[in-house]
Design a protein around this ligand. Structure first.
Ligand SMILES: Cc1ncc(COP(=O)(O)O)c(C=O)c1O
Length: 386
């Protein structure tokens, strides 16, 4: 069982940071990898041609391991989730009468590219609404999602864990249903991969994209994406020279190539060597793999359980266990508790959480300890007493 890893982070004792789903702090080894990488750029004569490619390939193999993908060539480096989703949307054919199934209040990066696609080509986005009734909400929402997928569905665009309230979507069931109608499954794993086990071999998404600055504990402006076979002959949204065949032969770059490097290479962002970002994200993924994702999830569960239970006793609404996870917990305030009061009381105690879609979003990680949750419960109790 993992113990608290706060010693690897520079979060002061008086800060209770329960907001990893907003942005993670970077662990010290990641910070140092960044400093070293900056120092290296003062000596460009030490940065050689293999340095443009080999560290990226290593990072791709680490990410492959994290998601249980057996082929690192299916991984691309992207600057953002919107970039990754735009890359696949550019390669999806849709016309009037067809649809894309998405969920209510999906993160905008997994919405706008689909909206553009349907605006330009016809078709519609079917948004599966979050059920109003709190009882059994996650289960009913999942059922409605499956029902919405029909023979006109081209793409199902979903997260694993809803970014705003933590609802868990059953990707295996969604994959099976999407297969029945021949639809693609496009997954935004930003709020889950790194903290909740993700088994690519089992779920077989057509594409998975993850921003790097939350649960991957990496820098901003860098993420990782998996592209399945359906995109092997697609057209990327930018034409980086680095993605073309023989791009490592710098003396020959203007012998222009029609061929891309295989599989996901064509979807790598330009300048994907990212001499500062790649070593940082590499250090982060090495840490996560060393800890083990299932252990991170278990740590968050053991740490949060008694305090979440306490909040439930105070009247908060919590999703059923099968439809939620333990690293991103959305709990809804009972109507009699004043939201602004709770916001102020938490901030006064240096407790950082988010408020999204009517829920308080609590997102712990290995740097959190019981006292962080004690402060949170204390803040809520103080508001109730007033
Ligand atoms: C589910 C989800 N996807 C993506 C992002 C970030 O998207 P992008 O990388 O396009 O800025 C966030 C940020 O909060 C998110 O919660």
């Amino acid at each position: 069982m993992l113990t608290c890893q706060k010693h690897l982070f520079s979060i002061p004792d008086e800060i209770s940071y329960l907001n990893c789903s907003y942005m993670s702090p970077i662990p010290e080894p990641v910070e140092f990898a960044g400093y070293q990488a900056i120092a290296r750029k003062t000596m460009p004569y030490e940065i050689l041609i293999p340095d443009f490619f080999e560290p990226v390939n290593h990072l791709k193999s680490l990410f492959s391991k994290l998601i249980n993908c057996d082929d690192p060539e299916r991984i691309a480096i992207v600057p953002s989730v919107s970039y990754g989703i735009s890359s696949v949307a550019k390669n999806v054919k849709i016309s009037a009468g067809q649809n894309i199934v998405a969920i209510d209040e999906i993160f905008p990066s997994n919405f706008y590219p689909w909206r553009r696609l349907t605006m330009e080509n016809g078709g519609e986005i079917k948004v599966v609404k979050r059920p109003d009734k709190i009882e059994g909400r996650g289960r009913v929402w999942n059922e409605r999602l499956l029902e919405a997928i029909d023979h006109h569905t081209v793409v199902v665009a979903v997260p694993n864990v809803h970014w705003a309230d933590g609802t868990l979507f059953d990707l295996r069931a969604i994959r099976l249903r999407a297969n029945e109608v021949g639809a693609m499954l496009i997954v935004d794993g930003t709020q889950s991969v790194g903290a909740l086990p993700f088994n690519l071999a089992e779920i077989q998404p057509d594409m998975l994209v993850c921003g790097g600055y939350k649960w991957l504990l990496g820098p901003y402006s860098m993420g990782m994406a998996y592209f399945g076979e359906r995109f092997d002959n697609g057209v990327p949204i930018e034409e980086s020279w680095m993605n073309r065949k023989d791009s490592e032969r710098f003396e020959n770059l203007t012998t222009y190539q029609d061929a891309y490097n295989p599989k996901a290479h064509r979807y790598n962002m330009g300048e994907n060597s990212q001499f500062i970002g790649v070593p940082m994200l590499t250090a982060a993924l090495e840490l996560i793999l060393g800890w083990g994702v299932e252990n991170i999830q278990e740590y968050c569960k053991n740490l949060s359980a008694p305090y979440i239970q306490k909040l439930v006793e105070l009247g908060f609404h919590l999703e059923q266990e099968a439809f939620r996870c333990n690293h991103l917990i959305g709990i809804r305030l009972p109507s009699e508790i004043n939201l602004e009061g709770v916001k102020n009381a938490t901030l006064q105690r240096n407790v950082y959480v988010s408020y999204r879609a009517g829920a308080m979003r609590i997102s712990p990680h290995l740097y959190n300890e019981p006292k962080d949750f004690e402060r949170l419960v204390e803040a809520v109790e103080a508001v109730i007493k007033n």
